[in-house]
Design a protein around this ligand. Sequence first.
Ligand code: B12
Length: 289
Amino acid sequence: MTEDELRALVTQVVREVVGATDEKPVVREEPLRRGPHHRPLPAPRSAEALEQLKALTPSRIITGRTGTRYLTKSYLGLRADHAIALDAVESQIEDGWAEKQGWLPLRTRAKDHAEFLLHPDHGRRLDDASRQRCEKDAERGLDVQLIAGDGLSANALRLNGPALLTALRKHLTAAGFRVGKPLFVKFARIGVQDEIGVITQAKSTLIIVGERPGLGTGDSLSIYTAHGPKLGQDNAEKDCISNVRDLGFVPERAAARCAALMKDTFAAGGGGVKLTGGDPAFRPHVINH
Ligand code: B12
């Protein structure tokens, strides 16, 4: 059978199966419903300025659209970034990792990760064994007690924590502060720095912790400082340097900024609102980056 004969046979079979007639299809000049159009961006006045703007952020800006919807590329990127955020919140620090960094391992009252996520308060106090270990093994009366916590992204601590704590030790020591051996707290919320500060009688505590991730920011750490420790200290008396990661505020620069913040804090006798000196026009010098 020739190729043409085969084609005719297949056409006949298909026509029989679908019940085709010889009526000519109605062809409309204009389709009734237009499909969505890919709307690429209009040509920018300065392509260079546009690229500079995009380079400032990993966020999806100036991406174009299709109809009222995202481009497939944007949509898939959003799903991938969401997966990174979920992975970050689900991540945990494995046993033994903190000791390898030279940090004293402690844990909070949260018995497991699910309890930690569901009951934030359980992540703000040490469990009994850790309290005793902290009383026995942690140094007393340091200027700044360094603490590392997993918080809402153990991945961030694993990736950026060692570099950040090394840089913090370097800059704080150079600024004249006594900092000792760092402590690590598993299942930690910010508030746990209060209890540690009270136990160790440090003048200030500083906790680095995995931030609640935004889209694609599962590697981001924050530094929270608290001067004059007391249980349940208000956030208004504390300070925060956020977005510490390679794509944001790089650990080395964030540590230098933190040392400057601690100098101001000690000079003012407290952090947070005390640093404003009561001036309503005050603009904190510690912002994202
Ligand atoms: C969640 C969140 C909040 C929540 C906290 C609720 C809760 N119980 O979790 C709410 C909505 C209450 C909040 C409020 C504020 N927040 Co807020 N917050 C965040 C966010 C998105 C995540 C924080 C996080 O992951 N913490 C880690 C986990 C483990 O900590 P946690 O113990 O579970 O929760 C504590 C901290 O989140 C802390 N906290 C939250 N915000 C702030 C801000 C400051 C200055 C301090 C000292 C502490 C603090 O409060 C929680 C309870 O103790 C971050 C952005 C980010 N992705 O990091 C911004 C962020 C930390 N917040 C910020 C700000 C400015 C504020 C406010 C001052 C806003 C305002 N003008 O009112 C207030 C201050 C609150 C206060 N005085 O108590 C800024 C801090 C900027 C800076 N470098 O100082 C950030 C970085 C957002 C940003 N990019 O601008 N916040």
